[in-house]
Design a protein around this ligand. Structure first.
Ligand code: SF4
Ligand code: SF4
Length: 180
């Protein structure tokens, strides 16, 4: 049964002796190959070269510090509530006397984790945060071979200290989302 009227009858005429050598077809194929040597390459040498991201690209999460290097996060849990993928978990702790230089608020996240296998990079955690404590940077989430490696801990996401590690801090800021 014929389903469409687009079928083409295949020619079954015997090959000539020249066609049997396949030389002409090989030359035609090589000409196409060599013509690509002089064309602009559509590929790049990643990771040495990177394409510019869109200004609204949302990549890896970063936990923010203030100008004095104190952690902004107060473990309020709003990001976890806003997260549609239920990817964020945390444990709150009370700031002790003498820790004022470490944590900006009286409460802080002793443990903060994001399951990157669940995350859909929607950015709702960033929008929900009242403390400017989390943002999605313009960095890719790295690949990993094990599921466990996709559970990102606070230490993996915390931005470098602006006073103790100024160069690393500036580099991380350079990758910060332009929305901030
Ligand atoms: S980007 Fe979206 S899915 Fe990912 S942790 Fe934030 S709120 Fe959840
Ligand atoms: S990142 Fe922001 S919203 Fe999430 S717990 Fe910390 S302060 Fe609250």
């Amino acid at each position: 049964m014929q389903l469409t009227n687009r079928s083409i009858e295949v020619s079954r005429k015997p090959l000539t002796w020249l066609e049997k050598l396949y030389v002409w077809n090989i030359i035609k194929g090589m000409a196409i190959t060599f013509s690509h040597l002089f064309k602009k390459r559509p590929t790049i040498n990643y990771p040495e070269q990177k394409r510019p991201f869109s200004k609204i690209f949302r990549g890896l999460h970063v936990l923010n510090r203030d100008a004095e290097g104190r952690e902004n996060c107060t473990a309020c849990g709003l990001c976890a509530v806003a997260c549609p993928a239920e990817a964020i978990t945390m444990e709150a702790a009370e700031r002790l006397p003498g820790e004022e230089n470490l944590y900006r608020e009286e409460k802080y996240a002793a443990k903060y984790e994001i399951n990157m296998l669940r995350c859909i990079f929607c950015g709702l955690c960033e929008e929900a945060c009242p403390k400017d404590a989390i943002y999605l940077s313009q960095t890719f989430a790295p690949a990993n071979y094990a599921r466990k490696g996709f559970i990102y801990k606070k230490e993996d996401m915390l931005i470098p200290h602006p006073i103790n590690e100024p160069e690393a801090y500036q580099k991380a800021l350079g990758e910060k989302s332009v929305k901030n």
